[in-house]
Design a protein around this ligand. Structure first.
Ligand SMILES: NC(=O)c1ccc[n+]([C@@H]2O[C@H](COP(=O)([O-])OP(=O)(O)OC[C@H]3O[C@@H](n4cnc5c(N)ncnc54)[C@H](O)[C@@H]3O)[C@@H](O)[C@H]2O)c1
Ligand SMILES: O=P(O)(O)OC[C@H](O)CO
Length: 342
């Protein structure tokens, strides 16, 4: 009999990951709060967030968490970041010991600024702490669901755990690498969404590829600056979950964060832009958390800072561009500047 996995959250990414696991011969049950989502999956074999794709009939969904996790060897948490604490509290009531926990949500918790694996570790019983593996990378659900080649990373300090998750998801369409630096993997995934909102804003203002390249390159510089201060390994930001995910999110037609930014650059307010979004754009809440963390640690994050001010202080995006362009003159590579006292 095939092994079972429960996917917590039946949105676009949860459904795409559920299909990967189904393709890898797992019996998969999706849990979602929304009866409408559950009915779509069970009755029509679709997810309306991923149009044109028929889901395997064996994919089952439920609004009953206990039923979803019963007998599962792993749970994959893939609800929006603002819902992870609640989902983890609910899971703590029903999770069987020895179940692996995979965290596929990208974001930081508002107010606590915690990474998603930290939120899960706080709410789940202590024995689960080492069993939480982060799964992240440049991976739009719209492409994974169509089996387009995609690469992601399973991150856990415990090599065995990371490899177990690698084995669970890996197939000829989804290549999974391992990395012990879960801190860097999660921070790269969270902060790139803010820069992607910035890339959308730039596009909405009518700017082109030069501005995009600047945002990606200077964006990864400030993501790494924050990450290293918070304990991540610098090299992780050159990898799939750093530069890789930043590129895909800043450039893709599929990105929710880029799309939201575009609307704002084209003149809409944050409220209007959010009203038009069905799916979650994590960069909005993360912009707030990162603004506060950067202030607390005294870290210079000029792009994230401008995105925060556009989103929450009604700053004119054109003024933000001007302020970014007219900052004090700098050496490009700060490590070299320090080393050579430039
Ligand atoms: N969509 C992508 O391509 C993609 C890719 C990689 C990572 N992610 C990340 O995955 C996370 C989820 O994104 P998404 O795009 O699937 O979101 P989504 O907006 O498409 O769907 C979220 C789903 O979660 C459900 N939900 C909310 N709270 C819940 C709870 N407490 N319990 C169970 N279900 C709950 C909602 O009903 C909804 O169906 C985000 O952090 C996102 O950044 C998304
Ligand atoms: O659509 P976005 O902007 O939430 O990005 C989705 C994934 O994180 C891309 O890797």
């Amino acid at each position: 009999m095939s092994k079972k996995v429960a996917v917590i959250g039946g949105g676009s990414w949860g459904t795409a990951l559920a299909q990967v696991l189904h393709n890898n011969n797992y019996q998969v049950q999706i849990y979602d709060l929304s009866q409408e989502k559950v009915d779509e999956i069970n009755q029509d074999h679709i997810n309306s967030y991923l149009p044109d794709v028929k889901l395997p009939e064996q994919l089952k969904a439920t609004t009953d968490l206990k039923e979803a996790v019963n007998g599962a060897e792993a749970v994959v948490v893939v609800v929006p970041s603002h819902a992870v604490r609640k989902a983890a509290k609910d899971l703590a009531e029903v999770l069987e010991t020895d179940t692996l926990v995979v965290s596929a949500t990208k974001g930081l918790e508002e107010n606590t600024y915690l990474r998603m694996s930290e939120v899960l570790a706080q709410e789940l019983p202590a024995e689960f702490e080492d069993k939480i593996t982060v799964l992240s990378g440049p991976s739009h659900a719209e492409e994974v669901i169509k089996n387009h080649p995609t690469t992601v990373v399973a991150a856990n300090e415990d090599k065995k755990m990371a490899q177990q998750v690698q084995d669970m998801f890996m197939n000829d369409q989804l290549r999974v690498y391992t990395n012990p630096d879960a801190v860097g993997v999660e921070l790269g995934a969270a902060v790139k969404n803010i820069i992607a909102i910035g890339a959308g804003i730039a596009s909405g203002l009518g700017y082109g590829d030069n501005a995009l390249a600047a945002l990606v390159t200077r964006g990864i510089t400030e993501i790494k600056r924050l990450g290293v201060e918070l304990g991540a390994k610098s090299m992780t930001f050159a990898g799939l979950t750093g530069l890789g995910d930043l590129i895909v999110t800043c450039t893709s037609q599929h990105s929710r964060n880029r799309r939201l930014g575009y609307k704002i650059g084209a003149g809409k307010s944050l409220e209007e832009a959010l009203d038009e979004m069905k799916m979650v754009a994590e960069g909005v809440k993360t912009a707030k958390a990162v603004y506060e963390v950067a202030e607390k640690h005294g870290i210079d994050m000029p792009i994230s800072n401008q995105v925060y001010n556009i989103l929450f202080n009604d700053k004119d995006p054109r003024q933000s561009v001007n302020d970014l362009m007219m900052r004090g003159k700098k050496h490009e590579i700060e490590e070299v500047a320090k080393e050579q006292s430039w």
